[in-house]
Design a protein around this ligand. Structure first.
Ligand SMILES: [Zn+2]
Length: 240
């Protein structure tokens, strides 16, 4: 018997890989996952290959300790545990992107907070937290391949949808693939615009009231599906 709900989710997960690669958020590294639509203690993520190349046959199902089911010859990403422990910590989260978008990196290594500077970026909240593994774990290889480190990373995100990782990149978590794709692209866009604006002079950031009102509107089903349709077409999947 076919499972149309699961088939649709896995098709969208392949498309999310291609969209985020096409938009330059994911590159040779980084990854995007989705929680299983029937079993919240499982999630789907590609085996280790670049998102531009991911297809249905690469997708594996994992438990919340990052163990794959039936991997065969397919080798998981080293940072699979980032997704596993964030799904464990956040029952509201149904999709996660972990990436190393270059534009966000300056905000991970300076004291300058990443804050929304244009209306769409209200979805990021008032200031994106920065997580550094050094206070708890000292010098590491700077990838998150260990459960305790991944739990620390999940705690640092709190209840928000974005977290910056010092000298590494960022993680985004949302209620679905369209939402997390929108947030990941917008985080990168805001980093670019904010850095350009701050280089020009004094910046007027969005106010807390503007952030609250705009984020609520922007995360509605209609804007998200419009954005998803647009990004999907740009990535070569128009008319599906
Ligand atoms: Zn990483």
């Amino acid at each position: 018997m076919t499972d149309r709900t699961l088939d649709a989710l896995l098709a969208d997960l392949v498309i999310a890989n291609r969209i985020l690669a096409h938009e330059g958020v994911l590159d040779d590294f980084g990854h995007v996952s989705a929680r299983d639509p029937h079993d919240p203690s499982r999630f789907w993520l590609s085996a280790s290959r670049s998102p531009e190349l991911v297809s249905r046959a690469d997708l594996l199902r994992f438990d919340l300790d990052g163990r794959p089911e039936d991997p065969g010859q397919r080798r998981p990403y080293l940072e699979t545990i980032v997704h596993a422990r964030l799904y464990a910590a956040r029952p509201d989260v149904r999709a996660i992107v972990h990436h190393h978008a270059r534009a966000v990196l300056p905000f991970t290594v300076t004291k300058r907070p990443l804050r929304p500077v244009f209306h769409l970026a209200a979805v990021l909240g008032e200031a994106v937290p920065v997580w550094d593994s050094v206070p708890e774990f000292g010098d590491t290889a700077m990838i998150i391949a260990d459960g305790a480190v991944a739990d620390s990373h999940a705690r640092a995100m709190g209840g928000g949808n974005s977290l910056l990782l010092r000298g590494h990149g960022a993680t985004n978590a949302e209620a679905g693939l369209a939402a997390v794709t929108f947030v990941a692209v917008t985080l990168r866009d805001n980093a670019e615009v904010q850095a350009a604006a701050e280089a020009m002079g004094e910046v007027q950031y969005l106010s807390p009231g503007e952030i609250a009102l705009t984020a609520k509107m922007q995360m509605g089903e209609r804007p998200l599906s419009r954005s998803w349709e647009y990004r999907r077409a740009r990535a070569g999947f128009a008319g599906l």
